[in-house]
Design a protein around this ligand. Structure first.
Ligand SMILES: *Cc1c(COP(=O)(O)O)cnc(C)c1O
Length: 375
């Protein structure tokens, strides 16, 4: 697969270079040159495929020939070392549990996959790649854990002081080896700005190979397609009319789901569920995409004021507002509503949801009001 930059000045970049650079030299996000849908039979016969086989079929076109097929199979096997269960709450709502990985964040999938790709690209040379990443909590832990001990890769994580949980801080700061964590007196946006400034610094990037492990990196973003298909495998015999409500921050996860749909995954609709950082909810109402300063909430991995992957979603719909709106709804919820939802989920279903999951639940419920036949 060749990648092009969404700023259109870079075309025909290899997967390898797209991963090592993270962001294109013209500052655009990399996007795959085409998406070849998988045969219909693949989804009809999904029950006959194991998870590693599903993942292999989903991502093969995007990473070969840079990652040869046998290597890809090994990378997938190592990436998927934990389960992805769907738990049914009632006839209309199930939850896809993405917290069974080593750091309990769905980002384990992308981080583990990307780390192994970089490890493969670096195995025969002595160059060092520095992965620079800003985190509001979950990304840093997953990246630190996924990249620990990978040859030729140094990881530097910037995190906002006092704004990640104690466990998250320990996940970032206690591993040692090739992982360095820097505590920043500021917000997540400040950390993100420092990372962006570093990428723009010509002196710095002529001295060292810098890349990103945020979802702007194609090797972290694309493997997130896998578990949308795993969920489909678990649900398609029980429920038709499947819809995903995705708790969204930087919009990498939901964009990966939409990529899986482009491959042919029979999903009716996507719901972008937001906390009060509601740039996309507002966009779908007003057609105006207006980035804002992020507001701190209890679903902190979604405190993003300028979701960087949204432009990839617009590109998938060829920048047609109407096509995008046909396939995506968006709702935004306050912390008070989120807390109420956590209580409701516990009382009604005896299930414990974290604030991000609760926002996803609220988005699903809002959509079900007008679309009672969805699951
Ligand atoms: C990262 C994260 C999100 C946001 O995902 P995006 O891909 O940035 O939209 C939502 N919930 C949790 C728990 C996360 O860790």
């Amino acid at each position: 697969m060749k990648y092009y930059s969404l700023n259109r000045k870079v075309v025909d970049e290899s997967f390898k270079n797209a991963v090592i650079k993270g962001l294109a030299p013209d500052r655009g996000l990399y996007s795959p040159g085409y998406i070849a849908p998988l045969p219909k039979e693949f989804f009809e016969q999904i029950d006959n495929y194991s998870y590693p086989e599903i993942a292999f079929n989903a991502i093969r076109q995007f990473v070969t020939p840079d990652i040869p097929e046998p290597v890809l199979k090994d990378i997938i096997k190592e990436t998927l070392s934990f389960d992805f269960p769907v738990v049914q709450l009632d006839d209309h709502i199930s939850t896809l549990e993405l917290f069974h990985g080593p750091t309990m964040a769905f980002k384990d999938v992308g981080a583990r996959f990307m780390a192994r790709c970089l490890g493969y690209f670096n195995k025969d040379n002595d160059e060092t790649v520095t992965v620079l990443v800003a985190t509001s909590g979950d990304t840093g832990g997953a990246v630190a854990n996924g990249f620990l001990g990978v040859k030729g890769v140094n990881v530097v994580i910037l995190y906002p002081s006092g704004k990640v949980s104690d466990i998250q801080e320990k996940q970032l700061t206690t591993l040692g080896q090739n992982i360095t964590a820097l505590e920043v007196q500021g917000t997540f946006d400040d950390c993100q700005d420092m990372v962006k400034t570093a990428f723009l610094d010509d002196d710095l990037i002529s001295e060292m190979q810098l890349t990103s492990a945020n979802s702007i990196n194609v090797a972290r973003w694309l493997p997130q397609m896998f578990y949308f298909i795993f969920a489909y495998k678990q649900l398609h015999n029980i429920h038709k009319n499947l819809v995903f409500s995705v708790p969204s921050g930087n919009f990498g996860n939901i964009c990966a789901g939409i990529m899986a749909q482009q491959l042919g995954l029979p999903i009716t609709h996507f719901i972008a569920s937001n906390n009060v950082n509601n740039v996309v909810t507002e966009y779908l109402k007003t057609k105006l995409f207006q980035p804002k300063h992020s507001i701190q909430t209890i679903s902190n991995a979604m405190d993003v004021g300028n979701p960087s992957n949204f432009i990839r979603i617009q590109e998938i719909y060829k920048n047609s507002f109407d096509a995008l709106k046909d396939n995506i709804s968006s709702y935004s919820f306050t912390d008070a509503e989120t807390k109420e939802a956590m209580k409701e989920i516990h009382n009604k279903y005896n299930y414990v949801a974290d604030p991000h999951g609760a926002v996803g639940y609220l988005g699903a419920k809002a959509y079900l009001k007008d679309n009672p036949n969805a699951h």
